[in-house]
Design a binder for this molecule. Structure first.
Ligand SMILES: [Zn+2]
Ligand SMILES: [Zn+2]
Length: 388
């Protein structure tokens, strides 16, 4: 059973919705117009609509029969603070804002699945269509979970799609375990003792200590993390000093850490703190570490990832499904939902990504040809999970 026929008939309507959302991008927690569009469509198609979780979040619910089983399907609605470089008719009409990550497509595909399932109702139980704000750094998924998403809308499992340029149209990829990384940030402040550059013995040189710390940090991934796992420790900046003949009193450095498992995340943070504490002891000065955790790793649950791959194979054909794609070191706040409920995220092919058409690029555009695959995938996930 390939793409659902009825879904293909909805293509023109859904493309129109997608292009309208693309033309009106809104940033983190400001998705007022987008959530109005979503809520109006869901109500028009006969769903129960709940608004206000995480400010602009919308949850639509379809129920049939008395089964207590329920599935959550999630899309994100927000855009990015960047200027669009495209000149097609549906380009952004909002200066300095752009749907450069395809969340316009994700929202549209979830709407399409809601419309199809509202018409056909070939399931027993509840389908919760979760439209979240603020994926791009605002943690809208976390806020929805904290505000009781899964208490108000209990789900046995939750699934999401992210489009992926570089994977062909009509192809889906996923994997059990980590799909995306945790993204953390750190600042290290070395408070040493400044001096005349010609009299270093009268001070404690923070530039030398910063150099030792930068080199020691390189040993975390190469010597502490299991070589089969992936991790990144990057020093993004070093700030210190202002003159040829002065040893400065302080150096400030910082960067990002990416890890794909909670255990490695703890390990890397601990090692950064150890290295800085060791440097402080060695030199008799103070080294302050501010380690800030961002999104956790997006870790697919094995059974749900396998189920998603089976459904993907039904829609796209086995040859078009990758069941064990390599993890990527970007981050996603669907991770918070996967930490709360079993589930999986999949990559949906957006085409080859020609002309620089990759995510977060000013020429990016979601590919409308992917819509029927995403809608069919969401719809079939629900039908199979809630088999009547
Ligand atoms: Zn993005
Ligand atoms: Zn995204």
């Amino acid at each position: 059973m390939p793409v659902i026929g009825r879904v293909l008939e909805m293509q023109e309507e859904l493309s129109r919705i997608r292009r309208d959302i693309h033309a009106h991008p809104e940033l983190c927690f400001e998705e007022q117009r987008t959530s109005d569009v979503v809520a109006a469509k869901l109500a028009e198609w006969g769903l129960e609509v709940h608004r206000g979780l995480a400010r602009t979040g919308v949850v639509g619910t379809l129920r049939k029969g008395n089964s207590p089983r329920a599935i959550g399907l999630r899309a994100d609605m927000d855009a990015l603070p960047m200027q669009e470089a495209n000149d097609f008719a549906h380009r952004s009409t909002h200066e300095g804002r752009m749907h450069a990550c395809g969340h316009d497509g994700h929202t549209t595909m979830l709407l399409g699945a809601a419309k199809y399932l509202a018409e056909t109702r070939n399931f027993e139980g509840a389908v919760h269509f979760i439209f979240q704000p603020a994926e791009e750094g605002g943690g809208g998924g976390r806020v929805m979970v904290e505000e009781g998403l899964f208490d108000k809308f209990p789900c046995d499992a939750v699934f999401a799609i992210h489009n992926k340029p570089g994977i062909g149209i009509g192809q889906i990829a996923t994997r059990p375990g980590p799909l995306l990384a945790a993204a953390d940030r750190y600042d290290i402040r070395i408070n040493a003792r400044g001096a005349h550059a010609a009299y270093p013995h009268l001070g404690v040189d923070p530039i030398v200590i910063a150099s030792q710390i930068v080199l020691a940090l390189q040993g975390i991934v190469s010597r502490n993390v299991d070589p089969v796992d992936s991790a990144v420790v990057t020093v993004g900046f070093i700030k210190g000093g202002s003159a040829y003949n002065v040893i400065p009193p302080e150096v400030h450095l910082g960067g990002t850490v990416r890890t794909t498992t909670p255990a490695n995340r703890d390990l890397v943070e601990r090692r950064i703190r150890d290295i800085c504490a060791g440097a402080a002891t060695m030199h008799g000065i103070e080294v302050a570490v501010d380690y800030r955790r961002g999104y956790p790793p997006t870790v697919n649950h094995a059974d749900e990832a396998a189920f998603a791959a089976e459904v993907a194979a039904e829609i796209c054909g086995e040859a078009n499904v990758q069941r064990n794609i390599r993890p990527a070191m970007g981050a996603e706040d669907f991770s918070y939902m996967l930490n709360a409920r079993p589930g999986a995220m999949v990559w949906l092919g957006n085409g080859p990504g020609e002309g620089g058409c990759i995510l977060h690029n000013p020429r990016y555009d979601f590919n409308d040809m992917a819509i029927p695959f995403g809608v069919s995938f969401f719809a079939r996930l629900a039908e199979r999970f809630l088999k009547a």
